[in-house]
Write a protein that binds this ligand. Structure first.
Ligand code: GBH
Length: 473
């Protein structure tokens, strides 16, 4: 059973759905630049130039949201649509008008918005100033966040500052497979993660001191992590590797915010150990300055993006060069008994979600948790009768119910990723996560509900009826 005020949601992100990449005064973001570079950085050189065209067809999205019976909808703001050069020197009123309409329409339909300030799409003008590697980003992000709280916070009460700093840092600055495509192994990712934490904390403190009393909302950051278990549970090496694996993913961002104000000890010691020859402390994994506002305590709830699980053991060929993988020294293995039927990385392990929720409860002092993303993808020919994904949602939601009822985890909401098929980053449109299919071959970008969408709508209506949740809460 779920609490009567449980949030039943679906999520999207601006660059993945909006299109209108240069409409009405929007500035370019790093994903515009990355996609326009071509050369196969993105599957078949797809881009989010048009995507689902939600910039023009927002009302079609609203119909989908209503059809599902959602209580909540998670969207992100395109920073460079609002502030074309990333700074508050110039505000694009047409961007403000767009999000005002989205928010007002949601509220008029009794759907509560959860708004992410930053979901991978940094204004290009800020990248040109060094992007997340630059320490000044904390200040610039804080100004943007204040602007957003000031402009939309009378109506938005659930905020996420940054989506998946791990992905921005690692895929964007270590592997270089996400924008901005920086490949500086063992260096840039730690710096970027650090500046994102500083930026997040600054925004939380701003909300806390300037807006909370009047607006009464809550602010967090969305942290993604796989669940992980030792390949051989009786092996101390495998167990230690699993601990490192979690420390270098969930712990990288959750430890500073929820536990100590600093990175997990094992992360620090591993990076230091492998930084021999670099003479300064914190050359690679930076040190938080005592003179800056603390990172500890800068989240009003825990926001978790969960997709999959891994078995873990130490690396068999530990690289000599310092890089994130070598620092972490944890090999990830997909258990052969786990089905993989969507994207190759997404082994289906619903009970991993329950285990991760328990881990969060026990490690981070029983926080209120929103599952801000969970989902399952489709590749290859379109299958509107997506039975595997319907099963996935049934199973995942069952695990959440068990976590609440049997384990006492304080889960406040569940957001399916995603409302719509959309631009799946480096995979372009080849990987489909939607509860609604989108026909990208036609200018109308027609939305059609999948079987899994009907399934999710059924689950929502069943629980809302059982708990007597009416539409007006
Ligand atoms: C989330 O990323 C994002 O928040 C969301 O925007 C995205 O659409 C969704 O999940 C689905 O991916 O094995 O080399 O192909 C989760 C992070 C990033 C995990 C890409 C899988 C594939 C790397 N995802 N990654 S690879």
């Amino acid at each position: 059973m779920f609490p009567s005020n449980f949030a039943w949601g679906a999520a999207t992100a601006a660059y993945q759905i909006e299109g209108g990449w240069d409409s009405d005064g929007k500035g370019p973001s790093i994903w515009d630049t990355f996609c326009h570079k071509g050369g196969g950085l993105v599957f078949e050189d797809h881009s989010g130039d048009v995507a689902c065209n939600s910039y023009e067809f927002w009302e079609e999205d609203l119909k989908c949201i209503r059809q599902l019976g959602l209580t909540h909808y998670r969207l992100s703001l395109s920073w460079s649509r609002l502030l074309p050069d990333g700074t508050t020197k110039h505000v694009n009123q047409k961007g403000v008008r767009y999000y005002n309409k989205v928010i007002d329409d949601l509220l008029a339909s009794n759907v509560i918005p959860m708004v992410t300030l930053y979901h991978f799409d940094l204004p290009q003008a800020l990248q040109d100033r060094g992007g997340w590697k630059s320490p000044e980003m904390a200040d610039i992000f804080d100004s943007y966040a204040r602007f957003a709280f000031q402009t939309f916070g009378d109506r938005v009460k659930l905020w996420l500052t940054i989506n998946e700093p791990y992905i921005c840092a690692k895929l964007g600055h270590e592997d270089g497979i996400f924008a901005p495509g920086v490949k500086e192994p063992g260096m840039a990712a730690y710096l970027v993660g650090h500046n994102m934490l500083r930026a997040h904390a600054r925004a939380w403190h701003s909300y806390h001191s300037l807006y909370r009393a009047e607006q009464g909302g809550a602010v967090s950051l969305a942290i993604n992590s796989n669940w992980a278990e030792p390949e051989n549970p009786t092996s101390p090496e495998d167990r230690a590797a699993t601990e490192r694996y979690l420390a270098f993913s969930l712990g990288w961002f959750a430890w500073p915010v929820f536990v100590t104000g600093d990175y997990p000890e094992v992360m620090r010691s591993r990076v230091e150990l492998r930084s021999k020859g670099l003479s300064c402390q914190g050359c690679r994994l930076p040190v938080f300055s005592k003179s800056e506002p603390t990172i500890l305590g800068t989240a009003d709830f825990f926001a978790l993006n969960y997709y999959t699980s891994r078995m873990v053991k130490p690396m068999s060929d530990l690289p000599q060069v310092s890089g994130f993988r070598g620092d972490r020294d944890a090999e990830e293995i997909v258990d052969p008994s786990w089905p993989v039927c969507g994207a190759s990385w997404l082994a289906v392990v619903p009970d991993g979600l329950r285990k991760l929720l328990n881990y969060i409860k026990n490690t981070f002092n029983n926080p209120a948790v929103y599952i801000t993303e969970n989902g399952f993808s489709q590749v290859g020919p379109v299958n509107m009768d997506d039975v595997p994904r319907s099963r996935f949602y049934q199973d995942a939601i069952q695990e959440v119910a068990r976590a609440i009822q049997e384990d006492g985890v304080d889960v406040r909401g569940y957001f399916a990723w995603s409302l719509l098929d959309n631009f799946e980053w480096a995979d372009g449109f080849s990987v489909r996560f939607g509860l609604f299919h989108v026909d990208f071959s036609q200018p109308e970008r027609k939305r059609s509900i999948y079987l899994s969408g009907r399934e999710y709508a059924g689950i929502i209506s069943k629980y809302r009826a059982l708990t007597g949740t009416n539409n007006s809460q």
